[in-house]
Design a protein around this ligand. Structure first.
Ligand code: C2E
Ligand code: CA
Ligand code: CA
Length: 753
């Protein structure tokens, strides 16, 4: 997968992840809000339910108290009866009870009289002793006027009863005895059942020793309740009868979680209470929760649905962007390729022309004039191209940066070329309005069924590759505006591929070697040094003997030049070492450093590591560096590499000075020792005065800056004489010598030292 596709996919993935994450964030937020609401509702409902229950239990307590007080006042007609009081013996009193039993209220089961010893006699004529009963003790010993007790098994009837007791007082206020009335538990339950308030909470009364005198479950009447659960084991009726007040969580006999609200019944030792089923309590809350959960669920589904829709929509936009370039509205390169391929297949057997266009130094336009102007260049180019394509039935698109593509059916190559001339002029005119230094370059290739070379079944990619290669051959020549892909170019491509296939093996087999071209001092015509120039004598017959022009550009593109440079340095060091050892005269040798060495520290470290193995004086080595685009970072790199090389005693020369986009500023900043002027200065029309003036200025500049001046490519005696007159220090060129094999160079040195 290519880098672009990976980038695109990553981009797409990132968008989906963004959607997904924002969906999750919104959902989480909603859930949090809902949980908060539910908690509030729950707390509120719990609070209000608690308040209601406390009120309820209080009402029950009041009612129970009134019940007790009612029973007491009924009992008063007996305890305060003067006749009864005046009777002397127990038997007389008992007779009186029997006579008056019918006067008792319905709910009194039995009436009992007891003397102060607890010897009691009941209306049903049974005699027993109640001295051990709590209510008896409370009246006789604790001085209470009335008391309530139970549940107990009646000693008179054997039934489960509660007892209401009241003191009977003589006229002088002394206690005469105790009058009691029993109420059957079943009667009591019947009474309290009528009291059920609003059907809420289940009512009970706990009597002595935690036994229920009243309970909504008959089975518990007269008994106590012990929860059958270890967690709530302590929270039974015995415990409640002791604490008497408060709210406690426990478990019911049916195993349901309940809250028990207790309140002591005034003027008694009894406790009344209600149980509230927690499940019931939370019923409203649960219903509410169901509602909220449903709303959240629906919202989440909605969010997911919307997220999906948005993702699809974004994808659609992506789809649009993958077809149409947002800046120019032309097709993108993939879309162009697709359409062009379809066209090739549909009109198979027709003639086609395929074209790639870009601009010289577009990066420079971007940097110097800004993105806005650069964008204008692109939109004007796109509009002009599209208009022409529409007229001719061709198709076009835009690729990366300033790259445009077009393809159309053609009648003849001749017709096309005439048309092209017109198109190129039209484009130039349209762009002229911008008043910017924009120069489009066109690379063209053909599909011609009748011609062998243009006939091969090629895909649109192959064809764009050919057009692009043709365009690449235009280089910096301003006069050339377009180039057509040729057989020679195809061979060059094949050759490049062959070079790449063989380079590694060639290095292992020692197929690279070095030639030396002398540098001559102009004031004495003696040799002052030499430049090491690499050659490749390939064992592959199709490659043969290659000069750097054939392979260095390829190695610069694929990075192999870095490896080769160090091999060359090592060959030079070895040569110098051998010459010194042989006692031959030696001159400084300069070596080339390619642009690919991006890290100055690493380069110098490796250079010195290899150099130091040979024990050669560093003055014998000069490094030729190339000027680069005068951006800050690069000039910094040049400064750093030069300074580091100086630290080790090497000389540094600026190679091909004046060929690139050098700035004079950089010359001032980078502390190089030698200025090697570009050969092209000598290739221009030498007869022109302005040309001579320029060379004069260049040499003067070098002298002013205290640099050694050297001209390359000196081929004629006139050139040599002119430079000599201008006081140029050294020259290198065919006039004195071509690059020489090692052996010949050694002889040359001997003859010119
Ligand atoms: P350069 O560094 O500018 O080397 C000078 C080139 O000019 C050499 O070409 C040399 O043979 C040629 N030359 C010298 N005098 C004359 C002359 O009077 N007339 C003409 N027409 N040409 C002359 P060569 O050896 O073909 O090298 C071409 C380029 O390849 C070099 O240009 C340099 O950039 C590169 N190169 C050569 N050897 C190496 C190397 O070991 N490492 C690196 N990185 N590049 C190298
Ligand atoms: Ca050089
Ligand atoms: Ca040079």
């Amino acid at each position: 997968m290519d880098k672009h596709k990976i980038l695109h996919l990553t981009h797409k993935m990132a968008k989906y992840v963004c959607f997904f994450v924002s969906g999750i964030i919104v959902t989480t937020f909603l859930i949090c809000v809902a949980i908060k609401c539910l908690r509030l509702i729950k707390a509120n409902s719990e609070k209000s339910s608690k308040q209601a229950s406390e009120m309820l239990v209080h009402e029950y307590e009041l009612i129970s108290k009134y019940l007790f007080e009612g029973a007491c006042s009924e009992l008063k007609q007996f305890s305060r009866n003067r006749t009864l009081l005046s009777l002397k013996t127990k038997q007389e009193k008992q007779k009186w009870f029997v006579d008056h039993i019918a006067d008792r209220p319905d709910f009194f089961h039995n009436i009992i009289y007891s003397d102060l010893n607890g010897d009691a006699i009941a209306a049903n004529n049974v005699e027993f002793n109640i001295a051990d009963r709590t209510y008896f003790k409370q009246i006789v010993y604790e001085g209470r006027k009335d008391a309530i007790g139970g549940p107990v098994d009646s000693r008179a009837t054997g039934e489960k009863v509660v007892v209401v007791a009241q003191g009977m007082y003589n006229l002088d206020g002394t206690l005469n005895g105790v009058v009691c009335a029993t109420v059957k538990l079943s009667t009591l339950v019947g009474l309290t059942e009528k009291l059920q308030i609003k059907n809420e909470g289940r009512f009970f009364i706990i009597g002595d020793e935690g036994k229920f005198v009243c309970h909504y479950d008959e089975n518990y009447l007269g008994k106590d309740y012990q929860p059958n659960n270890s967690k709530y084991a302590d929270f039974g009726s015995v415990f409640f009868s002791r604490v008497r007040r408060g709210v406690f969580n426990t478990i019911s006999s049916e195993g349901r979680e309940i809250s028990v609200y207790l309140e002591p019944i005034e003027r008694t030792d009894w406790t009344c209470g209600i149980t509230v089923d927690k499940q019931n309590l939370l019923h409203t809350y649960t219903q509410l929760r169901h509602g909220v959960v449903s709303v959240i669920f629906v919202t989440i589904i909605l969010i997911l649905f919307l997220t999906g829709i948005s993702a699809i929509f974004v994808n659609r936009t992506n789809l649009w962007e993958s077809y149409f370039d947002p800046l120019t509205n032309l097709w993108t390169r993939p879309k162009f390729e697709k359409e062009a391929q379809l066209m090739l297949e549909k009109f198979n057997g027709s003639r086609f022309a395929v074209m790639e266009i870009d601009f010289r130094g577009f990066k420079f336009i971007n940097q110097s004039f800004g993105n806005k102007d650069a964008d204008k260049v692109l939109t004007i180019c796109a509009d002009t191209l599209l208009a022409r394509c529409k007229r001719t039935g061709a198709i076009c698109g835009r690729g990366y940066a300033d790259h445009f593509y077009a393809m159309g059916k053609i009648e003849t190559v001749m017709d096309f070329m005439t048309d092209l001339e017109d198109a190129v002029n039209e484009m130039e005119n349209e762009l002229a309005v911008l008043d910017l230094p924009v120069y489009p370059k066109y690379g063209i290739t053909f599909v011609l069924p009748e011609k062998q070379f243009y006939n091969d079944q090629k895909t649109i990619r192959d064809l764009i590759g050919e057009a692009s290669y043709a365009k690449g051959t235009i280089k910096e020549n301003l006069l050339l505006r377009y180039a057509v892909f040729s057989r020679a170019m195809e061979e060059a491509i094949e050759r490049e591929q062959r070079i790449e296939r063989h380079m590694e093996k060639a290095l292992d087999r020692g197929e690279f070697y070095v030639m030396y071209q002398p540098k001559i001092g102009l004031h004495d015509d003696r040799i002052k040094g030499a430049e090491a120039l690499v050659r490749w004598n390939s064992s592959n017959p199709k490659l043969g003997n290659l000069s750097p022009g054939d392979f260095v550009p390829v190695f610069e593109r694929n990075g192999f030049i870095v490896k080769l440079d160090f091999e060359v340095y090592e060959m030079v060091f070895k040569f110098l070492r051998a010459q010194i050892d042989a006692g031959n005269p030696v001159v400084p040798i300069s070596v080339n450093m390619s642009r690919n060495h991006s890290n100055p520290d690493r380069f110098v470290k490796e250079f010195v590591r290899r150099f130091s193995k040979y024990d050669i004086p560093p003055e014998l080595i000069e490094i030729e560096i190339l000027e680069r685009a005068a951006t800050e970072g690069d000039s910094y790199n040049l400064i750093r590499v030069t300074e580091k090389l100086h630290q080790h005693g090497f000389t540094v020369a600026m190679d091909d000075f004046g060929s690139g986009q050098s700035s004079l500023n950089m010359l001032n900043e980078v502390p190089i020792d030698v200025l090697k002027f570009d050969q092209n200065f000598l290739r221009r029309d030498e007869s022109k005065q302005s040309h001579q003036k320029m060379i004069t200025t260049l040499i003067d500049l070098g002298k002013q800056l205290n640099k050694r001046t050297l001209f390359e490519g000196v081929e004629t005696v006139e050139q040599r004489d002119m430079l000599k007159n201008l006081d140029c220090d050294q020259v290198q060129g065919y006039f004195y010598s071509k690059p020489l094999f090692e052996k010949d160079f050694v002889d040359f040195v001997k003859g010119h030292i």
